[in-house]
Write a protein that binds this ligand. Structure first.
Ligand SMILES: NC(=O)c1ccc[n+]([C@@H]2O[C@H](COP(=O)([O-])OP(=O)(O)OC[C@H]3O[C@@H](n4cnc5c(N)ncnc54)[C@H](O)[C@@H]3O)[C@@H](O)[C@H]2O)c1
Length: 252
């Protein structure tokens, strides 16, 4: 393998959900490997902290709300006009939404919000970058899904729906864009040590870790390595696929 295939010199990489957790780890790693990262998130304070850490100019940083189609379209339009090209899009934005709640007890407004941010947001991001990637005849898209989308976690219906929807979405789009030099994949982590789980109940966390043969949570750096591969030239013959990062929980 040519080492330049995993390097991001001369590449523009857009990262949604970059302010915290897995997205921030991916932004650090890709910047370290020479990529020009464009970071976006709804969390203003954490986003500007990362901007300072990576010494990014203001035009590579933007607030975005993945729950709003308008916000996604506007932000991506602005970033694309500034960057001139998009080599890769990484989407790590997400919320858990209702958990430890039986499906019939979930208020619809909460159900819809989790699906909107986790699934519709991912679709809008993809729609925004495909035209320029098609012009370039090159692109890499990596969405962070979840083991919940493969297996379903009890008490987390909206999250399961969104993440399995995302896995289905990339399967079909992968086939659509395969002739255009674009690959689109997802990643399905099990429990990773991040703030995302801050509001997940003890009971639910225990259940999820108990199902991981390695007996521990994953670390953000482990997930970032996989995303960096999926966003790189090296990921050249895999599309529409959901990679695993589950410590052995899933073997498919
Ligand atoms: N941590 C885990 O155990 C785990 C497991 C499986 C999948 N995931 C997925 O990994 C991804 C990253 O999660 P994380 O663990 O790093 O969590 P995190 O909370 O640390 O990061 C998620 C980021 O998404 C941002 N975000 C939330 N709502 C947004 C919105 N409406 N618009 C824009 N940005 C928004 C947050 O501000 C945050 O920076 C998510 O898609 C999550 O579902 C996480």
């Amino acid at each position: 393998m040519d080492a330049s295939n995993v390097n991001f010199e001369g590449q523009s990489v857009f990262i949604a959900g970059a302010a915290n957790g897995i997205g921030a780890a991916a932004a650090r790693l890709i910047a370290e490997r020479g990529g020009k990262v464009f970071i976006m998130d709804i969390a203003e304070e954490a986003l500007s902290k990362l901007q300072k850490e990576l010494s990014l100019p203001d035009d590579q940083v933007s607030l975005i709300d993945l729950g709003s189609q308008e916000s996604v379209e506007e932000t991506l339009r602005t970033f694309i006009s500034r960057s001139g090209r998009v080599d890769a899009l990484i989407n790590s934005a997400g919320i858990v939404g209702p958990n430890s709640t039986k499906v019939e007890n979930i208020p619809w407004v909460d159900f819809e919000r989790a699906v909107r941010i986790n699934l519709f947001g991912a679709i809008w991001l993809t729609q925004a970058v495909l035209p320029i990637m098609k012009e370039q005849k090159y692109g890499r898209i990596a969405h962070v899904a979840s083991i919940a989308g493969k297996e379903g976690n009890p008490g987390m219906a909206p999250y399961n729906v969104a993440k399995s929807g995302l896995i289905g979405f990339i399967k079909g789009v992968g086939k659509e864009v395969a002739p255009d030099g674009i690959v689109i994949n997802a990643l399905a982590p099990a429990v990773i040590r991040t703030e995302l789980n801050a509001n997940t109940s003890e009971e639910m966390l225990k259940y999820m870790i108990s199902r991981i043969p390695m007996g521990r949570q994953g670390e953000v750096e482990e997930v970032a390595e996989m995303l960096a591969f999926m966003a790189s030239k090296a990921c050249s013959f895999t599309t529409g696929f959901t990679f695993d990062a589950s410590g052995g929980r899933a073997t498919y």
